[in-house]
Design a protein around this ligand. Sequence first.
Ligand SMILES: CC(C)(COP(=O)(O)OP(=O)(O)OC[C@H]1O[C@@H](n2cnc3c(N)ncnc32)[C@H](O)[C@@H]1OP(=O)(O)O)[C@@H](O)C(=O)NCCC(=O)NCCS
Length: 311
Amino acid sequence: MASLAGITFRPAAEADLLDCHRVWRDALDAYQARMGMQPMPEDNPGLRRLHRHAHATDPARFMVADRSLPGGGTRVVAFGSAMERGPLWFLSMLFVEPREQARGLGRALLEQLLPADRETRALATCTDSAQPISNGLYTTFGIVPRMPMFNLVGRPAAEFRWPALPAGFRARLVTEPGAWSESDELAAFDEALLGFAHPQDHRFVQAEPRHLFAFRDASGELVAYGYAGEIGRLGPIAVREPALLAPVLGHLLTTVVPRGASAVWLPAAADGALAAAIRAGLRIEGFPVLAGWSRPFADFSRYVPTSPGLV
Ligand SMILES: CC(C)(COP(=O)(O)OP(=O)(O)OC[C@H]1O[C@@H](n2cnc3c(N)ncnc32)[C@H](O)[C@@H]1OP(=O)(O)O)[C@@H](O)C(=O)NCCC(=O)NCCS
């Protein structure tokens, strides 16, 4: 490994989050420019909210790398954030300033973030499919890219016939989502699907804001939930049976009509919902991301994550 002299690692303070945003944008722009893509906007409020959430829930797992400067002082040149949810360790972000890349800094920072008991945990992340460095780096830790996730954008055609919910199934807007986030019912549903409950992430998504819908069968049992926001983003969506995903997606897309386009990251394992969304008129935007894991932790034929940065 090349020398990391002059670099120190420490947990991020909230005041570092703007620097993390800068590193994120510069790192992405540097490789996306090589592919002829437009620079990222100066500010990304959604990303800043995600950083604040990751920092609030997992402060010890949000780290920065400082480079000491010749004239004194330091500069944040890299950051990474991971979240622990039950048995899952999820890498949300890892970014290194372009001029500091390819010298072992990303690998060293990742080693700081990985859990001590990594052999017994499910380690996971999402990568840009167009980025060989991150895909290669994570693979060396067993986090192998295994499944594309597609960013589906647009609005469904009014005449498109979504697969119907089974007879007797009902969708209801949850009017007190905060209280329901803490409920045993939601915790049990998430535990069965993901292996952990995560009320803190539900509260984050609700504040984005996104509306929460609960789907119940004729006996009143919870069979699915899903979020849709008026800004257009959907997710997470969770269903008891894979066949419910397309009807639930259709319900969310047609019930919450945003001012602009809708957008949802659909896992390739959710094949029925993916096909329905494309037939309805939504379009794949950009490169897919690749979800990678060291061992399976969730059934993605029944779960649509919040975003590539948050399960
Ligand atoms: C991805 C990133 C965080 C890695 O940090 P870095 O400091 O550049 O990486 P390192 O030098 O520590 O490690 C690079 C490792 O990537 C792997 N790698 C690099 N190029 C590779 C390739 N073409 N194929 C396979 N693996 C490759 C190797 O394992 C290498 O480690 P090694 O040199 O010990 O063999 C950094 O390059 C970055 O911020 N890139 C731009 C933004 C980005 O894409 N972030 C991730 C989004 S998913």
